[in-house]
Ligand binder design. Structure first.
Ligand SMILES: CC(C)(COP(=O)(O)OP(=O)(O)OC[C@H]1O[C@@H](n2cnc3c(N)ncnc32)[C@H](O)[C@@H]1OP(=O)(O)O)[C@@H](O)C(=O)NCCC(=O)NCCS
Length: 207
């Protein structure tokens, strides 16, 4: 399914994919995020904080989006001097009989506690369910990450279990709480005959 690059408007945010003009802001965001989210995030290689990396990575992200593998949204404040305040990623997009993606997010520290991520997800979850036609969003967090837990609870993500030694966070394999949100009004994406057949919507399929 081919979708154009998303651009979502909310009361306080412009939510969109990255362009080459964003590279300086992306470098600043990467540096700030690493400094502020050290407890929750991976240790990045030095190259992650360079313009050269982000010039290439903007192209990689767009190619991945075009191929339907992921969508990375960047959250900008609205107004005359937009600030890059956060990101939301829909990664590991799987189709066929799964129709699912992993959800990840982060905000710059000074923009926490204002409801901005809630506002962003209020636009992004409908995009994932109605435009991308995903059936399940999965989001996992460190048990000590209370802000992340509260954010997901607000959207009625359900806790499904605990994944042992799930991600390398700050250099250590750490358990994560696993949650998911299911799309109650899912229908197969156009141009995905396998999903259509699997959903029993194709008359002449073989069992
Ligand atoms: C996870 C993370 C995005 C949550 O950020 P957040 O600021 O708590 O989430 P929101 O932007 O939705 O803000 C909600 C908070 O703002 C408050 N708030 C203030 N004004 C608000 C408004 N107008 N509307 C809604 N909420 C508002 C809410 O009460 C809530 O606070 P509470 O949880 O203490 O009740 C952020 O902590 C973060 O980036 N952490 C580092 C990276 C990370 O952990 N990523 C996730 C890994 S699993």
């Amino acid at each position: 399914m081919r979708l154009p690059p998303p651009r979502l408007l909310t009361r306080r945010l412009v939510i969109r994919t990255a362009t080459p003009a964003d590279v300086p802001a992306l470098v600043e965001f990467a540096i700030g995020e690493a400094r502020e989210s050290g407890r929750w995030g991976p240790i990045r290689p030095a190259a992650h904080f360079t313009a050269a990396h982000w010039r290439k990575h903007v192209r990689v992200l767009e190619e991945s989006r075009r191929l339907g593998r992921s969508v990375t949204f960047w959250l900008w404040t609205r107004g005359r001097s937009p600030r890059l305040v956060g990101h939301v990623g829909l990664g590991n997009v799987a189709r066929g009989v799964f129709q699912a993606a992993h959800l990840g997010y982060s905000l710059r520290k000074e923009f926490e506690g204002r409801g901005l991520m809630t506002e962003a997800l209020r636009a992004i979850i409908p995009y994932a369910f109605d435009e991308m036609r995903l059936h399940r969003l999965m989001a996992n967090y460190l048990p000590s990450n209370r802000r992340s837990a509260r954010l997901l609870r607000r959207f009625r993500f359900r806790i499904e279990g605990r994944a042992r030694a799930y991600l390398l966070i700050a250099g250590k394999w750490r358990d994560h709480v696993q949650t998911s949100l299911v799309n109650p009004r899912w229908s197969p994406p156009p141009g995905d005959p396998a999903a259509r057949a699997a959903a029993g919507k194709e008359r002449r399929g073989r069992r």
